[in-house]
Design a protein. Structure first.
Length: 326
């Protein structure tokens, strides 16, 4: 029986899996098609793709900066240069934006490249029998592990494990906010020297020019468009039934804001992140219940960024080292 089952291969899951694998046997299960979680990438054709979740990281803490620089030296990540236009004209310090060299799930891919990882493997139930964990997967298979670490967004975590969590965690005051993202490729335009645009608009908050990331050459212009919080909240439970309508509405708005015309669209797709961000720092960085052999780490403990996932995973690792499983 392996030591640790890690549920989730996002930044938190891949970081804790990587740290634990130095001492323990570890295996990952993720319900998605591939690694990265909310830092995942959607392929369009050949090497052309959209980062439809996490856009970039700009480290705040010393520890995370050190980690990011180490990845940059290994060429796993790179700087995202160019013109990042802010049409809200809010005064902000210039920060360096780091992206994956090939895609934004390079962070996770690199951390777990030597760890057995299972995709399209949703954990549907977990039971602790006082010695080990019995984990049921979506295909009804059962797998057995000595310890488990959960890294899901808070609503999914409480659904899966509420009977094993204490009130301190279950009563945390946090709110996960949705985000609607549209991926679009336009033909018949010359490439423009713009990397991203922050809009002052009710529908569209931000757009990223995928061609500016120097990962591919294309005669099409690829954009990832993120909607505002207000608009995303309004349509998150509606858009799946009327994809064409909402996609059309967002792309019409993008045409008004930028001049990219709907008639020149070669590809379009819409994605809804139901649990995109938590804006509130809960004051708890992670959880390790030594007796129950259960750990939890994720971004939402500390904020809304990939850095928060990484810090949470590192905090959990420290707790496990202090109180190791017997
Ligand atoms: C649109 C968008 C834009 C963003 N932009 C930025 C940005 O520019 N910069 C930044 O720093 N952060 C950004 N973020 C936030 C960043 O993406 C997250 O903070 C970070 O990726 C979260 O990582 P995580 O590992 O904590 O969680 P996740 O990435 O959500 O990982 C959880 C994983 O668990 C899996 N899972 C859940 N339940 C189960 C189950 N029952 N069984 C198996 N697997 C399960 C999921 O499939 C997922 O892979 C953005 C997020 C979104 C949605």
């Amino acid at each position: 029986m392996k030591d640790f089952c890690i549920v989730g291969s996002g930044i938190a899951g891949s970081t804790i899996a990587n740290l634990l694998s130095k001492k323990y046997s570890v295996e990952i299960f993720d319900k998605a098609r591939g690694p990265g979680g909310r830092a995942s990438n959607r392929r369009y054709k050949a090497n052309e793709s959209f980062d439809h979740g996490l856009q970039y990281v700009s480290p705040r803490s010393k520890e995370f900066k050190k980690f990011i620089i180490s990845l940059k030296k290994k060429k796993i990540i790179t700087e995202w240069p160019g013109n990042h236009i802010d049409l809200t004209f809010k005064k902000k310090n210039h920060t360096i934006k780091y992206i994956g060299t090939k895609s934004n799930n390079d962070f996770s891919k690199h951390l777990i490249n030597k760890i057995q990882s299972n995709y399209l493997s949703e954990v549907t139930n977990i039971e602790f029998n006082s010695k080990f964990w019995v984990i049921t997967l979506n295909n009804k298979d059962k797998v057995y592990f000595k310890n488990i670490v959960l890294t899901c967004p808070f609503p999914q975590l409480s659904k899966l494990s509420s009977k094993y969590l204490d009130k301190k965690i279950l009563n945390l005051k946090l709110k996960m906010i949705p985000n609607i993202t549209v991926m679009v490729a336009y033909k018949n335009y010359k490439q423009i020297p713009v990397s991203s645009i922050k809009f002052n608009d009710q529908t569209i908050a931000w757009a990223s020019h995928e061609n500016s990331k120097n990962r591919f050459r294309s005669n099409q212009s690829l954009w990832t468009i993120q909607c505002t919080e207000r608009f995303s909240k309004k349509i998150i439970n509606l858009f799946k039934k009327e994809k064409k309508k909402y996609q059309g509405l967002i792309l019409k708005k993008f045409e008004e804001l930028t001049g990219y015309q709907i008639k020149n669209i070669a590809f379009q797709n819409i994605h809804g992140w139901k649990y995109a961000y938590n804006k509130i720092n809960t004051g708890v960085p992670s959880v390790w219940y030594g007796k129950k052999k259960l750990g939890v780490c994720a971004d939402w403990f500390m904020g809304s960024k990939a850095e928060d996932s990484w810090l949470s995973a590192n905090s959990l690792y420290k707790e496990i080292k202090k109180n190791p499983p017997k």
